[in-house]
Write a protein that binds this ligand. Structure first.
Ligand code: NAI
Length: 778
């Protein structure tokens, strides 16, 4: 196009970014890459081609890691880890700072290479991916510096296996590597097979920074290499990718003791109220669904518009879509680049072709090759598969709503819960809706905003764990503590005796009522001397179902004030204290021990601790480097099922119940299997302490039999196990179904009498962080 024509049409002229430097970098390495193991690149081996999706041209040959490669990488990371941790936070901070500086120094090379490899517009890789990756390293250099003073009692996990996707190759690497290194871990990272190149350039940077060998290892390959990492001798797996693979990883790591965080898919709602600034909302939508061709886990891919403005809004949106430019990703004027791979393109096509809605695409032809036009689908019903399934492409599905409550209902009608956008000029409407949305991140009048200081992550099947901010560090540290194995505690046996004249059969406690077990079975309980002391009911699946239903019925507890929850806990403490002698004797009788009095005293104290915390375990406000603040708020998980410790029948139960209900959860507790009768005494205390029915439900029975039911129940948000029975694996595997949060002891003992028995870890497990971004200031 000539200058005069451009003058005529006012069309953009092409503004291509040069690929020369990136091509030279590839050529210097003959376009063939091995792995980065133990501080050096290995010889290239058998592998696969990495292509530029915009042109189909081969960029490089990537090596498929073998088991031996992977073992070498893990061994190197293991050797390096102790010294890396021992260097201390300030010394690690210097390395992270150097990495950040080098990322900055080579920013353009990273941006161009990313665009060549992934197909995303250079405007995005240059202005978003690379700067955010730098920011992540700077921010975490600071976290390394502050670790010792600000995170006392937290230690690194060890070696972290990290598996990342292709949509933000460098940025996801930064999200994984920076916090891991800051906290004293070493890593083995695998980039996605479509997009390995910026990770390999990052290996160069690690060498330039003089990073000790083995601290960062990068192995390339497809999903089978991912599987090898999951199965390797690592202490943690951090995964970002599809929900399907995330679920497989949950099953594969179940019972292994490996820590796990999963950042998975989404179908995030983008809610536009009739009082929104419609032009801003249209612009926001461009960022929400056409950023990175819609290949964004938190893309605002489900548009919900208030009915009265729907027609006007769709018209504005279509006009804006007509103006989007699609083509050569290296052109600085381009809005949409290429889809990452023909496989993904075919997937998007097939999904759109299956649509029974009205499909709108701009009339301007889409370039040949791996490109897909911006697409709007209207007229779908909320249950249509396209309203539910993640398309992971530039495709927006839309529907309308009438009232705010209907908007919430449609927004939450999904198995996912990653992000949401709310558009309204009325702060009351926006801030009323935000807490009601099932999402880990909510943007008010914004979309796809990210920062290293703002926790990111999902609820439901969008995964668990947070990346970024102080909360993200939990995923790369653990509590310091003795890791002693736990021995199974068995119930005492005794001789069969005649049934007693007075029935001493305890009951289950469901919905605030004493209930007989559905199955009608009970177990005889003996003391240490073999004397019969009573019968404990054996709960069944049905009892668990009833308890969960009762817990859901007590939903109002989550909405009560923290002040009120504290008052209730103080009251429970007071009533337990009033009966302390009786409880102490009972514990001694049940366990054959002598420190029942101490256990009761500590239980009362623990109730006081969580009453204290109820209104003090707060979120944070982060001053993100843009026009806004991000509030990382704490919300209760919902309904938590827990197998209580066997060794301390009262204190163990209280140690799980109190933090959970202090934070607004409802609980289904399976009391100590060996010493179940204390539960019956304890629910009498609850009955007299104003605990609303259904907030605490207590069952007794076989931990092994009930573990799977707890874990697989579809309507429970979290499951914990501190049982002395070997059930951690069953719990974690069962929890994979709906990707329920799980917290298990992995057969390790916890000292319930001491500091390990209470504190932040329990409060953190009882809450989900919701990050709400709000416009603020200038
Ligand atoms: P994927 O989940 O298969 O790939 C992500 C990463 O996991 C890659 O590094 C891959 O090599 C690795 N991987 C694959 N199978 C594995 C296994 N069994 N064990 C361990 N690691 C494994 O995603 P894929 O196939 O590239 O894309 C398919 C769909 O997944 C997309 O269309 C999209 O819907 C979703 N997706 C979501 C992402 C997100 O950020 N939430 C990112 C990428 C994909």
């Amino acid at each position: 196009m000539g200058v005069s024509e451009i003058f005529e049409t006012m069309e953009y002229g092409p503004a291509p970014e040069s690929a020369a430097e990136a091509q030279a970098w590839l050529a210097e390495r003959d376009g063939r890459f091995g792995h980065f193991i133990d501080g050096a690149m290995t010889q290239p081996g058998r592998g696969f081609e990495s292509r530029n999706p915009a042109t189909g041209a081969v960029l490089a040959l990537i090596t498929q890691a073998t088991q031996a490669d992977l073992d070498a990488a893990v061994a190197s990371a293991r050797r390096a880890q102790g010294d890396w941790a021992d260097l201390g936070g300030p010394a690690r901070a210097r390395y992270l700072y150097t990495l950040a500086r080098l990322l900055q120094k080579h920013a353009r090379l990273f941006a161009v290479l990313e665009t060549l490899d992934n197909g995303k517009p250079i405007r995005e890789s240059r202005d978003i991916d690379v700067p955010l990756a730098q920011r992540h390293f700077y921010y975490h250099a600071g976290m390394a510096q502050l670790m010792e003073s600000e995170l006392p009692g937290r230690v690194p996990l060890g070696v972290c296996g990290q598996i990342i996707p292709w949509n933000f190759p460098l940025l996801m690497l930064a999200w994984k590597v920076a916090p891991a290194l800051a906290m004293g871990n070493t890593v083995v990272l695998k980039p996605a097979e479509y997009t390995s190149l910026t990770a390999l350039l990052f290996a160069d940077i690690c060498q330039q920074a003089g990073l000790p060998k083995g601290v960062v290892n990068i192995v390339t390959g497809d999903g089978t290499v991912g599987e090898m990492i999951v199965g390797a001798d690592v202490d943690k797996i951090a995964f970002t990718g599809s929900t399907e693979v995330g679920r497989k990883i949950r099953v594969a790591t179940a019972g292994s003791g490996k820590a796990l965080t999963l950042e998975l898919g989404g179908k995030s709602p983008y809610i536009v109220f009739e009082d929104a600034d419609l032009d801003s909302a249209v612009e926001g939508l461009v960022d929400a669904i056409w950023f990175n061709q819609g290949q964004v886990c938190c893309a605002g891919s489900r548009l919900l518009v208030q009915e009265g403005i729907a027609a006007r809004f769709y018209a504005k949106l279509r006009a804006r879509m007509d103006g989007l430019r699609i083509g050569d990703p290296l052109d600085k004027c381009i809005d949409l680049g290429a889809i990452v791979d023909p496989v993904q393109l075919a997937r998007i096509r097939a999904l759109v072709d299956s649509s029974d809605g009205e499909v709108y695409q701009p009339a301007t032809p889409c370039p040949e090759g791996c490109f897909y036009p911006p697409t709007l689908i209207t007229g779908l019903s909320p249950v249509s598969p396209l309203m539910q399934e993640e398309i992971f492409g530039p495709v927006l599905v839309a529907t309308t709503f009438r009232t705010p409550s209907e908007a919430v209902e449609i927004a939450n009608n999904t198995r996912y819960g990653l992000a949401a956008s709310v558009w309204s000029e009325n702060i009351n409407v926006a801030l009323d809706i935000a807490p009601k949305l099932a999402a880990g991140v909510v943007w008010i009048n914004g979309a796809n905003l990210f920062d290293a200081s703002a926790p990111f992550g999902g609820v439901r099947e969008s995964g668990f764990g947070r990346e970024g901010g102080w909360d993200g560090l939990l995923a790369y540290t653990r509590e310091i503590g003795a890791q002693k194995p736990l021995t199974q505690i068995k119930a005492f046996r005794g001789a069969e005796v005649e049934p007693q004249a007075v029935d001493r059969t305890a009951k289950l406690y469901i919905g605030g009522k004493q209930t007989r077990p559905d199955g009608g079975y009970a177990r005889t309980v003996y003391d240490a001397a073999g004397e019969l002391i009573g019968q404990a009911p054996l709960a069944s699946r049905k009892d668990i179902r009833n308890a969960v239903e009762a817990a859901h019925g007590a939903k109002a507890w989550a909405g009560t004030t923290a002040h009120l929850r504290a008052q209730v806990l103080y009251y429970v403490a007071e009533n337990l204290s009033a009966r302390s002698d009786e409880f102490a004797k009972r514990i001694d009788q049940l366990t054959g021990g002598r420190d029942g009095a101490k256990e009761v005293e500590l239980s009362v104290n623990r109730l006081f601790t969580y009453a204290a915390w109820a209104d003090k375990f707060e979120g944070r406000v982060t001053q993100v480097p843009m026009r806004g603040v991000a509030m990382a708020l704490r919300e209760p998980c919902g309904v938590i099922g827990a197998l209580c410790p066997d060794d301390r029948p009262l204190l163990g139960l209280v140690s799980l119940m109190a933090p959970a209900i202090a934070m607004g959860n409802r609980v289904v507790l399976i009391a100590s299997e060996a010493f179940p009768l204390i539960a019956a005494d304890f629910y009498q205390v609850l009955d007299t302490s104003d605990v609303p029915g259904g907030v605490v439900n207590i069952l007794t029975g076989s931990h092994v039999e009930l573990a799977a039911t707890l874990a697989t129940h579809m309507d429970m948000e979290a499951v914990w196990s501190f049982s002395s029975a070997d059930v951690s694996g069953v719990i974690e595997a069962g929890a994979a179904g709906v990707l329920k949060r799980s917290w298990v002891n992995n057969g390790l003992a916890r000292d319930w009498l001491g500091a390990e028995g209470e504190g932040r870890a329990f409060l953190e497990a009882s809450t989900e962080v919701k990050t709400v971004w709000v416009p603020y200031g200038v």
